[in-house]
Every structure is written in structure tokens, then in C-alpha cells.
Design a protein around this ligand. Structure first.
Ligand code: NOJ
Length: 731
């Protein structure tokens, strides 16, 4: 139940300065603060911030943490400011607060939105206990270019998968009741098409057809708004020449007029001020005018609203009506959070001592981590390893590493609770001493004698676990790469270890898809382990020793070469499609490599094998207003239990705009015991077949479609069905 505050009456009592104050979120320079996640632009020290709160001239603070100090700040706002409007305290809680869950890209590989809901819930429980009301998450950008460092924060390259996770995470953060003490207000970011930055270069321009914007990049935002999200963050990029933060079509046209969004829009960090560097605004005042008039409600950290809105209103460049509408939206969200009735919500100082839920959250982090791992290959069933009677060498710069477990954008994680690889593996072994650990090289540099020591350890072992990959600092904001490969020092290590002939299992640490060298590809097994968070070591031990079977699937395509980027499975059909093994000249391919993925979207192996029965349709035709049932029997024909992710893809054979080769329209993860089988059923309607037509309106076109139930985006045999026109003949 939201507050009973009368917002119109409150608005009527506010001075212009108080109204403008509500429209800013400032770095929390009073509480212990995360300084290094944004550029340094501190204009307000603790003293000035306190004065602004006292004067009722700031609406929200961000990235500080602590219930006791937060409570004191709130007390100043509520008791000492004239109108007592409570502050909203926000932070980047992206994949866990103190307990760290896998990076969002990793968690997406679980293909379990319900898991994401649960980890978001756990993060909300921890964050609200430490004086936070609001998180700048989930990231719902679709990322089709692996050079972009922020792929790690996303759900990957697919719109449908991103939409499912976006909605689940909002439900998780916000819980059932927004006024509850442990409900964390969610923010959808970055609006919009930030994942489409040109060349995968962070902050770069976005040149995008309106159809691709609507078909690919906007649906996750819409799904999350439908799930109850009440704040949206405008992105740094321009779209077709108009910066998102001053983009009226986006912030007002699409978000409010088309979708009926009732919450507020916050800028990204100084993105309104950056309109000047874009060459879109002449100066700060102009930047404030353009962004507020476009539909931005809250300015993050730049101060351009605080400094210029009063003049702009006086001059008539911003109407009082527009300003009031923004203030009303922010007050309304505060009211829906129950903050007027209970301003100290989420600011209850917890008793000393370990939090009661920690063991529960560690168990969830372990489960989430092992469910996020993707096994790309497992030649001759080299995995799982035995816990005894086998000499194992753990080699690589990530073997003992404790700096790169949480991954990017975890700013409050409790590193003392993190389990590294060596610790986790030793804890699982019957004889912990049967594991030999050798670094071999540093993350980017050789170690003198390192390769020799690694080769000796590999020769002496019956199996090698090779822990290589990217460090955290290669991923996240402003970390675009031109080559998505291992650093040279690690590459040399991989080659030397593979050459020993001892079976090698690669444990790849990565925040994006990587182009795997031939030596890496030659490993006997490859596990994609992302950045798994607090329970990395235990989770990987569970998988390596077979206590848990890998069940993750790739949410991004692994290319052959870096130069294929942007590469994504659902690219539109070309007129000269690549033909594997066939005639190659004058085809859509590169000189050096095929137009395919090395490992496609959706791919992932388990410790068992699944067989797909024939795909059955409830009818050969889908009537305009009806649904089509699509089903197949899936059988576990191996000797171990396991989980399969059954994926439904469609392809529109002939359409008025060139359609993708395949598009994901459904998935279901099922657990089957050895010998067990089950029918998996999906329902399709014409709405699932819709796309933006040449006039940018949503349309579904009658005609033939191909459909697959398959274990990845490039496998399975299609069946076809026909979408029948509407009875009236319209369509
Ligand atoms: C910039 C990032 O783009 C955004 O994701 C984050 O929420 C803000 N900084 C605040 O830290």
C-alpha cells in the first residue's frame, strides 16, 4: 500500500528551489562511498550536501552505504527541512550486495529467470538492510558486439532472453510490495540502445534503424516496465544523432505516451552535462533545458538542473508545468515506496553480528554460480574428474587469484567471504594435497620460469585444470577491446600446457565471448566460468567433480575470430548466404573464417545426453486469433541426471522486411533422470511472429514459417506451419 500523501497539495506548498532540488541525485559524499566507479566530479562535499538536505534542495543521494549514517541523513531531511520530504538513497547493486552472485551475463547462461529473481531478491534483502532504497539495476541492454566491455552486465545478445530476465530481476528487487522494508526500487538501464554503440566502443554513437530499435533493443525495457519497474536511466549515447538524455521521442514519446510509464527517468552520471561534449547543447543551461523538456526528470551528479532550472523557468524556456510534472513523478515514486509514511524504511540499524541470512545467500550464490557455467566441450568425457586417486594440476593466473572473483560492477561485495578456485577444489578433494597449483604466468605478463614449472606440473599430473581468461578490469564500463582474446602471456602458457598431451580442462574466466585460439580449442574440455562471485571455488568444484552437472547455455555466440564482431545468431538473412563446406566464393563470409559461430548461442553440454523426439504441432496452420501448440518428447539417454534447455526458434520464410535466420521465442529448462523422458510444450500466437514493418508499425504477416525445438540456435531440423490471415482478410 502506498502513502496517503496528497502530492498535489505538497507540490502547491513547494518553492521553486525545493522543486528543483527533488530533480537531482548527488553522490553521497557523507556515507562511505564508492569513489572509483565514476569519473571524479565532486562538487558537493559532506558539508554542502548536508546543507542541501537541510534546505530541502536535494531529492536523492547515491552510492553511499550504511544504515546508521543513512538514518541520520534521512532524519535531517525529514525533521530539519521545511517540508520534510524524504530522501531516496540509491546505489549500483548490480549482481549482489555483500554476497556476490555471478555477473548478469553469467546468470543469463542459466536460462533460469526464476534464479535471477531469487538472486535479485537476496541482493535487495542485503542492500535494504544497509540503508539503500534504490538500485541502478537491472541492465537490460541487448549486447550484440563482444568488444563492448559492458556485455558482462547484460543478458547477452538475445531480446527474448533479455526480456525474461529483465522482468524477473525487477520482480526480485522490488518484491511483492514496494513499501516493504526490503523492497529495492529497480532502475532499467540504459535507455536506450546503449548496447548498440558503434564498434563496441563504450559511449560511442548509435546509428540504428527505428525497426531494430523497436524489435531488438526496446522490448526488454517494456517487459520490465510491465513487471512494475518505476525508474529508467537514460543512456550516454546518441541515437541517430539525438543523445538519449535529451531524446523526446524516447523519454516522452515511447516511454510515456506509448507505454504509459508512470515512473521517473534519471540521467546516467552527468549524461545531461555531456550534451555539451556531444555538440548538442551550447552550454550547461542549454543542456538542462533540452533534457528536462525532452522528459528527463532527475539529473545525476552534474548539477545542471540545480544551477540552471530556476533561470530557465524565469525565462520561459522551461514551463512550470513541465517542471511540476517531473517533480510529481519523483514524489509519486517516493509515495509508492511508502516513504512519506515510513521515511526510515530500509534505514533500520541491524543488530551487530553476522546477518541471519548469510548461510542461505551463500548457498544461493553457489547454486547460481554452478547453474551459470557453460560446458562448451567435453571430449571423451574427460569431465567429471574423480575426487581421489587422480593427480590434478591447477595451472594458470586465476588458480589462486582473489582479485577477479566478483567481476565488474560489484562495489560492495564482501571479499572476505569469497572462495577462490584453489580453496574450493581442495575442499572437495578426498586428499586435498593431491592438487598441485602453479600459476605459470601472470594475467598479462610472463613469470620467469613460469611456463617450465607449469609444463612440469602438467606432465606429472593425470589431468590439468587450466584457469585462464580475462581479469575484471578488461570488462565493464569503458573497457572495450579490439581483440577479444587471451593476453599473449596466457596464450603462451596454454600452448605449452596443451603440448604436454596431458588431458586439459580449461576453466575460462570471461565477461564476454572470447575468440578461442586453436590451442584453447584443442583442450579436452572447456568450461565458460564468467565471473561467478562469492562462491566461485565451491561452485566450480561441484561441477568439475560431478556433484552437479553443467546446465548453462551460451547467451552470446562465441565467434571464431575477433574481427567477426558484431556477430549474433539472429542476423538477417543475406542474399548470398554462407554455405558450410560448399562453394565458397561470392558468399557471405570472411577471407579468414566462416560466417558462423565457433559455439553458437544456446549451446552448452551436460554430463548426460538428450534426444529430441519429432516436433509435433497441434495443427499445420496457426489461425490469426488462435494459438499453436508445439511439442516434442525430450529423453535423457545417458547414464547421469541432467538438465536440458529446450529452445524454440522461428523463421519467417517470406516477409516485407528481411527477417532473422532464427529468433528465440521460448525456452524451458527441464531436469531429467537417466532414462527419463518428458514432453515439453510451447504455445505460439501471431503476436510472437510480429515485427516492425517498413512503416515501423508492428505487423505479423500470414505465410509460411519454419520452427525448431533445438538445443542451440544452429541445430535441429525445422518443421513448418502457416500463419493464416485474419478472417476478414486483413493482416
Ligand atoms: C555510470 C554507469 O553507466 C551507470 O550504469 C551507473 O549506474 C552510474 N554510472 C552510477 O554509478
Amino acid at each position: 500500500m502506498s502513502d496517503r500523501v496528497d502530492i498535489d497539495a505538497l507540490l502547491g506548498r513547494m518553492t521553486l528551489q525545493e522543486k528543483i532540488g527533488q530533480l537531482s541525485v548527488l553522490a553521497d559524499s557523507i556515507r562511505p562511498f564508492a569513489f572509483d566507479v565514476n569519473p571524479d566530479s565532486f562538487q558537493w562535499g559532506p558539508q554542502r550536501t548536508r546543507e542541501l538536505i537541510q534546505a530541502g534542495e536535494v531529492g536523492a543521494l547515491f552510492n553511499g552505504v550504511g544504515a546508521a549514517e543513512g538514518r541520520e541523513l534521512q532524519r535531517i531531511a525529514v525533521e530539519e527541512s521545511r517540508l520534510g520530504i524524504p530522501l531516496l538513497l540509491g546505489a549500483d547493486v548490480i549482481h549482489g550486495m555483500r554476497t556476490v552472485f555471478p555477473i548478469p551475463l553469467g546468470e543469463a547462461a542459466s536460462f533460469e529467470p526464476e534464479l535471477a529473481r531469487r538472486t535479485a531478491r537476496a541482493a535487495a534483502v542485503e542492500a535494504t538492510r544497509e540503508g539503500l532504497h534504490w538500485t541502478f539495476a537491472p541492465v537490460v541492454d541487448v549486447a550484440r558486439d563482444q568488444r563492448w566491455g559492458r556485455v558482462a552486465e547484460t543478458t547477452g545478445e538475445d531480446t527474448y532472453l533479455a526480456s525474461q530476465f529483465a522482468a524477473a530481476r525487477v520482480r526480485g528487487f522490488q518484491g511483492e510490495d514496494l513499501t516493504a522494508n526490503d523492497s529495492l526500487l529497480a532502475t532499467l538501464k540504459h535507455f536506450a540502445a546503449y548496447g548498440a554503440v558503434s564498434a563496441g566502443l563504450d559511449y560511442n554513437t548509435v546509428d540504428l534503424s527505428p525497426q531494430t530499435l523497436h524489435d531488438v533493443h526496446l522490448p526488454p525495457f517494456k517487459a520490465a516496465i510491465d513487471a512494475g519497474a518505476l525508474t529508467v536511466m537514460s543512456s550516454f549515447n546518441d541515437i541517430n544523432g539525438v543523445p538519449a538524455t535529451a531524446n523526446r521521442d524516447l523519454l516522452t514519446g515511447i516511454l510515456r505516451e506509448q507505454w504509459g510509464f508512470e515512473g521517473f527517468v534519471v540521467s546516467d552520471y552527468t549524461s545531461d552535462f555531456e550534451l555539451i561534449a556531444h555538440g548538442y547543447a551550447a552550454d550547461e543551461k542549454h543542456a538542462a533545458q533540452l533534457s528536462l523538456n525532452a522528459g528527463l526528470d532527475m539529473s545525476m551528479q552534474s548539477g545542471v538542473f540545480m544551477d540552471h532550472l530556476a533561470t530557465l523557468v524565469a525565462e520561459g524556456a522551461v514551463s512550470l508545468q513541465t517542471l511540476d510534472a517531473a517533480v510529481r513523478r519523483i514524489l509519486d515514486v517516493k509515495a509508492r515506496m511508502g516513504m512519506f509514511d515510513n521515511p526510515y524504511r530500509s534505514l533500520v540499524v541491524p543488530p551487530e553480528g553476522p546477518a541471519p541470512y548469510l548461510a542461505e545467500h551463500d548457498a544461493l550464490a553457489r547454486d547460481a554460480a554452478r547453474r551459470s557455467v557453460v560446458m562448451l566441450k567435453n571430449a571423451s568425457d574427460v569431465l567429471p574428474l574423480r575426487k581421489s586417486g587422480q593427480r590434478i594440476a591447477l595451472i594458470g593466473p586465476f588458480a589462486r587469484d582473489r582479485e577477479n572473483l566478483a567481476g565488474c560492477w560489484n562495489i560492495f561485495g564482501d571479499s572476505t567471504r569469497e572462495i577462490d578456485l584453489e580453496t574450493g577444489l581442495r575442499a572437495a578433494l578426498d586428499d586435498p594435497d593431491s592438487l598441485t597449483v602453479v600459476e605459470g604466468c601472470e594475467i598479462e605478463d610472463a613469470i620467469e620460469g613460469g611456463i617450465e614449472a607449469a609444463v612440469a606440473a602438467a606432465r606429472d599430473a593425470e589431468a590439468v585444470l587450466l584457469a585462464v581468461g580475462e581479469p575484471t578490469r578488461f570488462t565493464g564500463e569503458a573497457q572495450s577491446r579490439t581483440q577479444i582474446v587471451l593476453p599473449a602471456a596466457q596464450q603462451a602458457l596454454v600452448e605449452a600446457v596443451i603440448a604436454t598431451g596431458t588431458p586439459v580442462i580449461v576453466l575460462l574466466r570471461n565477461g564476454r565471448a572470447l575468440a578461442l585460439s586453436l590451442a584453447l580449442q584443442a583442450a579436452d574440455a572447456i568450461l565458460v566460468t564468467w565471473f561467478l562471485g562469492s562462491q566461485t571455488g565451491h561452485a566450480l568444484a561441484d561441477l568439475v567433480f560431478g556433484d552437479h552437472s553443467p546446465s548453462g547455455r551460451l547467451p552470446i555466440s562465441f565467434p571464431h575470430e575477433s574481427g567477426q564482431q558484431p556477430y549474433y545468431y539472429n542476423h538477417p538473412s543475406s542474399g548470398r548466404p554462407y554455405q558450410p563446406g560448399g562453394f565458397e566464393a561470392f558468399r557471405t563470409r570472411w577471407r579468414e573464417t566462416a560466417n558462423t559461430a565457433l559455439y553458437p548461442f544456446g549451446h552448452g553440454l551436460t554430463y548426460t545426453r538428450f534426444e529430441y523426439g519429432e516436433v509435433e504441432l497441434s495443427a499445420p496452420q496457426l489461425e490469426w486469433d488462435e494459438t499453436l501448440a508445439v511439442r516434442a518428447r525430450i529423453a535423457n539417454v545417458g547414464t547421469r541426471g541432467g538438465e536440458e534447455v529446450v529452445q524454440l526458434y522461428v523463421h519467417d520464410r517470406v516477409a516485407s522486411r528481411v527477417r532473422p535466420l532464427r529468433e528465440l521465442k521460448g525456452f524451458e529448462k527441464i531436469a531429467l533422470a537417466p532414462g527419463e523422458s518428458r514432453i515439453v510444450e510451447f504455445r505460439l500466437s501471431r503476436h510472437d511472429l510480429q515485427f516492425r514493418g517498413v512503416d515501423n508499425r508492428p505487423i505479423a504477416e500470414p505465410g509460411l514459417f519454419d520452427l525448431w525445438l533445438a538445443p542451440s540456435a544452429t541445430t535441429g531440423d525445422p518443421v513448418s506451419f502457416e500463419l493464416r490471415p485474419a478472417a476478414s482478410g486483413a493482416g
